[in-house]
Design a protein around this ligand. Structure first.
Ligand SMILES: C[S@@+](CC[C@H](N)C(=O)[O-])C[C@H]1O[C@@H](n2cnc3c(N)ncnc32)[C@H](O)[C@@H]1O
Length: 207
């Protein structure tokens, strides 16, 4: 029997799945059939416990045509959250080639050279811009730098105002907004005006 929390997370992941698919459809973005060789690569920045990992794999694999291997790298500054993320991936039978979790200050993730700069997706769930605008400005810049030329940066936000600030910061960082949408099915949280994946935005690099 799944616990109450697992049931809640499953429902939230199903809602995130619908939100992302809708935003990607609206974006009109297309990737080359079969990609450029190698697995489809997703970088989940400030991923916390990365409950969305499997959802991201399914959504972006389908978006890329359905038959690609997918590599997801999650990074966060907090070890404890990453341990939970890695334990969940192991329990789901994922290998390190498929899911990898790194303890990193994402404002400096460019220093991690082996990661490369050819991710198809840089993702941030519940970006936390107003917690430290200077740090998050750097995280946004680093996310863009890790993308290949036709890669997409996708983020979700808890709050209306924080979403607006993050959109502005990403444009300053050199991203071009493709879609920003509100999530009508977003689950309310205790803090006023806060809800799960309340907004989503899709960006590409400026050409
Ligand atoms: C609002 S939480 C979102 C976590 C997760 N993405 C989610 O939706 O549950 C913000 C996350 O940013 C992480 N974080 C804050 N500053 C960071 C930094 N400089 N580098 C990496 N992670 C950072 C925190 O540890 C935390 O997990």
């Amino acid at each position: 029997m799944p616990t109450e929390l697992e049931t809640l997370y499953r429902a939230e992941n199903a809602a995130l799945d619908r939100l992302l698919r809708g935003a990607l459809r609206q974006s009109g973005a297309r990737w080359p059939e079969g990609g450029l060789g190698g697995p489809l690569q997703i970088l989940d920045l400030a991923c916390g416990t990365c409950r969305e990992a499997s959802t991201l794999v399914e959504v972006f694999r389908d978006f890329a045509g359905g038959d690609r291997d997918v590599r997801l790298v999650g990074a966060d500054i907090r070890d404890r959250e990453l341990e939970e993320a890695a334990a969940r991936a192991r329990a789901a039978g994922r290998s390190r080639d498929q899911f990898e979790f790194l303890t990193e200050n994402c404002a400096q993730i460019g220093r991690h050279r082996e990661l490369g700069r050819d991710f198809d997706v840089a993702f941030m769930r519940h970006q936390n811009y107003w917690n430290d605008p200077a740090v998050w400005q750097r995280i946004f810049e680093q996310g863009l730098e890790k993308l290949r030329d036709d890669g997409l940066l996708v983020m979700t936000s808890y709050f209306d105002r924080e979403h607006g600030l993050a959109l502005e910061a990403l444009e300053r960082a050199g991203a071009e907004l493709v879609v920003s949408a509100s999530n009508e099915a977003s689950r309310r949280l205790e803090a006023p005006g806060k809800s799960v994946d309340r907004h989503v935005a899709v960006f590409r690099k400026k050409r």
